[in-house]
Each structure stands twice: as C-alpha cells, then as structure tokens.
Design a protein around this ligand. Structure first.
Ligand code: PMT
Length: 407
C-alpha cells in the first residue's frame, strides 16, 4: 500500500506540545509526516522533537531552501494527501483567511489542493471574537475542515471553548478527510447496545450487548460521509466526534425514537439487542423480599418487534440492515428473519462461535441478501466487519462499484 503523506502544521500556542503526540500517533498509523512550524511554534516546542518523532526534516523558514533541485513549499503541497494544522492560533487562522504567504506554512496552503484540517486552540474570548469567527467562516466556505476545539480548562486559566482536540480525535478527523465519501448527503440511523426492561428502580432485564458492533457501523458510516444518528442503549463507549447520539432505555423507548426519524433516513441499521419480552408489572418503588417467599415468578409480556413494525414506514429507496444473533439452526432462522423482518440485508452472527457476537472486539458474520445470495465474511475486528458490511450495502445501493470506487 502506498504510504500517505501528511503535512502537520504547528503554530505558536501553548497546545503546540500536543502536536508531538499527534505526530507520534500518525507515524504509528503508517503515515509519512512532514512537519512545518511557524517561527512562534518553535518557542513552544523544538523542531528536533518533531524531527525525532517523524524521522523527517522539519521546515520553518520558507526562504531557507536546502535542496536546489526543488522548491520546498510547492513540493510539499504537491506531495501531501492532507494537511492538518494543530494547533491553529488566531494569528495563523487570520493569515490563512487573508491569503497571506509570509511563512512556510501559509505558502504551502496556497499551493495545496488536498483536504486541509484546521484545529483552533486559544483563549475562549479570543475564539469567540467576531473577527476570529469571521476568519473561520471564510475557511469553512473555502472547504477547510474546522476541528472545533473542546470546552474545558484552558492554559490561560479560563474555562470555556478553546482547548485543542486530543490527538486521537484529530487523527479520526484526518481519517475522515482522507476517506472517499459515497454516503455524502445521506442520513443514516444506527441502533446499538442493549435495551433495559425495568422491574423496579434498582432492577432490570437486559443482555450482554456492549454496543461495539453498532458503534463501529456508526463510525464507519460517518467516515464515508453520512450524517449519522446513533440510538444507543447503556454502554461504556464514546461515539467520537461527528455522530449525534441519543440514549435509549427500553425496547418501547427505542421504538419511539426510531419512529420519530425513520421516514427521513436513507439507511437504517438495527444492531441493537432488543429484549423480546419485558416484565408485565413494574414497580415505582424497590420491590422487597419477604421471609415467607422463597420463589418468585415474573410474568413477561411481548415487546413490539421494531423491525416488523416499521414495514411500509421507510423513505422510498431506503436500505435496511437487520442483525440476527443465533446459537443454533443458524441458516434456517436467518432465512426466516430475512423475510419476517422485511430487511434488505440480514447480518447473522452465531454468538457461540469463537470471536463472534456479544462483548468481543471481533465478529464473524454471514450476510443474507433479499435476492437469495449469501456471503460469509472472515473473522475480523468489528470496525473491519462494519467496513465490509457497508461496502456490500453501498454496492447494492448503487453508490460504489464492486471495486469500492464511487459510482
Ligand atoms: O454490542 P456487541 O457486544 O458488539 O454485540 C453485537 C451484537 C451481538 C449485539 C450484534 O452483532 C447483534 O447480533 N445484534 C442483534 C441482536 C438481536 O437482537 O438479534 P435478534 O436475532 O434477537 O433480532 C433480530 C433483529 O430484530 C435485530 O436487528 C434486532 O435489533 C431486531 N429486533 C429484535 C427484537 C425486537 N423486539 N425488535 C427488533 O427490531
């Protein structure tokens, strides 16, 4: 695979130290990282640090050409697959917005034709200043990706918006910038995690779903350019940037939230592990044990089948993916669910199989399509399985061809 080249621009703010973490992470991810620092950035972190981390020369002065056979700022811009400026100070944002080319970084930007990510970092009042916002608006209009800063304690002692995103978040945005966007303009609804069916304020019936499979699909769809809403049961996962997350509790709550949105979405992915039954009686207070009762029988009532209830409610042309968690007679149940649930694609995992199903970082699934075809996917990380599932769905939606190229 051809190594992708990233230009990492560092401007002179206290968050410049975080750029070292970003450089190190990107190198670990297999990128070639070319660092360009403003003069002010070198007051906060040394070029030697970046050179050691990236094993590449670090550029500061646009006029200090070492190699007579090339013009560095043009060559670097031409070679770059993406540029990320982190941190981006108010000063560098203003200079970019006004088309200045008074140092190496701004000169590269005027030549570059690749995606550019600008990650602001500054005092909250500075960030909110209309001139800074106006400059950021100019950059957005020009197609630059603005990696909005976090809120929190700032180096200046203020609390507010202005903190540079963490390296892992910046790397995610970079990966977004680099991936093709066949789902641009499409709305996708994903459900993930378990439902909780309450007995009383301290007890409930649930299952082992950790949400990992659903979150991977949401993240993957976001990277492909979709606007993703994730309806999530209680899980210990962070969705990461760019995804709208709505927490859900019971099957009925999940059904309500799905129904509010289903007519609008171009793709619906139902990964949530939904309880088929819920306790008939629920208590508003803690249900107490008594000395004379040794055994208890709970009556459970059927929950609505959400997928079945959605038939006829989808946006015309919407693509619907259901999951099936099976332990035996997998093929027979899968074929029946494909019909009963009215989905275009049923993703079937035998949850007793090694590395598959609940709570694992990996999955092994078979895909059942409406045209009767089936495809067995290999055991892989849930992120890779999500990528393969979406790839197949996109081919059938006519958005990419078999080679994965945008149609
Ligand atoms: O979350 P992880 O730990 O990563 O685990 C992933 C997973 C095992 C939960 C996931 O891969 C998976 O299989 N999800 C579906 C679990 C499930 O509920 O399967 P099912 O065979 O019971 O249901 C079939 C389909 O109908 C599913 O899409 C389900 O969301 C849906 N359903 C189920 C019950 C119900 N009342 N309404 C529904 O719509």
């Amino acid at each position: 695979m051809v190594q992708k080249s990233i230009v990492l621009g560092i401007s002179g703010g206290i968050a410049a130290y975080k750029a070292a973490g970003l450089a190190s992470l990107l190198v670990k991810q297999g990128f070639q990282v070319q660092t360009v620092m403003t003069k002010a950035a070198t007051e906060f972190i040394t070029p030697l640090t970046l050179q050691a981390l990236t094993k590449q020369p670090v550029y500061v002065d646009v006029l200090a050409e070492q190699d007579p056979t090339r013009i560095s700022h043009v060559a670097m811009a031409d070679q770059a697959d993406a540029i990320i400026i982190a941190p981006a100070t108010a000063d560098v944002i203003a200079r970019i917005a006004h088309g200045l080319a008074d140092d190496m970084l701004t000169s590269i930007l005027l030549v570059a034709r690749c995606p550019v990510i600008v990650a602001p970092s500054m005092n909250v009042h500075m960030y909110e200043h209309p001139l800074v916002q106006k400059n950021l608006h100019v950059l957005r209009e020009l197609g630059y990706i603005i990696a909005e800063p976090d809120e929190g304690m700032l180096a200046c002692g203020y609390v507010g918006k202005g903190r540079l995103l963490e390296p892992s978040d910046l790397a995610e945005i970079l990966s977004f910038a680099l991936s093709p966007k066949p789902l641009q303009g499409k709305k996708i609804l994903v459900t993930a995690g378990p439902t909780k069916e309450r007995i009383d304020p301290v007890r409930y019936v649930t299952n082992d779903s950790t949400g990992t499979m659903g979150y991977a699909l949401a993240r993957c769809a976001w990277k492909l350019g979709a606007h993703v809403t994730l309806l999530s049961g209680a899980v210990n996962l962070l969705p990461g940037i760019g995804i709208d997350v709505i927490s859900v509790s019971s099957a009925i709550h999940l059904q309500e939230e799905v129904e509010k949105r289903i007519a609008e979405v171009d793709m619906f992915i139902m990964t949530a592990a939904v309880a088929d039954y819920r306790p008939q009686t629920t208590y508003d207070y803690k249900w107490k044990k008594t000395d004379d009762v040794d055994t208890v029988t709970w009556t459970m009532v059927r929950n609505p089948d959400i997928l079945v209830s959605l038939k006829g409610k989808y946006k015309p042309g919407a693509y619907v993916i259901g999951f099936a968690a099976e332990t035996h007679d997998v093929d027979r149940y899968a074929r029946k669910k494909l019909v009963d649930k009215g989905v275009d694609l049923l993703v079937v995992n035998n949850v007793l199989e090694y590395g598959a199903g609940f709570g694992t970082g990996t999955n092994r699934v078979d895909l059942y399509f409406q045209d009767g075809r089936t495809t067995a996917l290999p055991l892989a990380s849930k992120m890779d399985v999500a990528t393969m599932i979406l790839q197949q769905a996109l081919v059938r939606m006519g958005l990419v061809d078999d080679e994965g190229m945008q149609a």
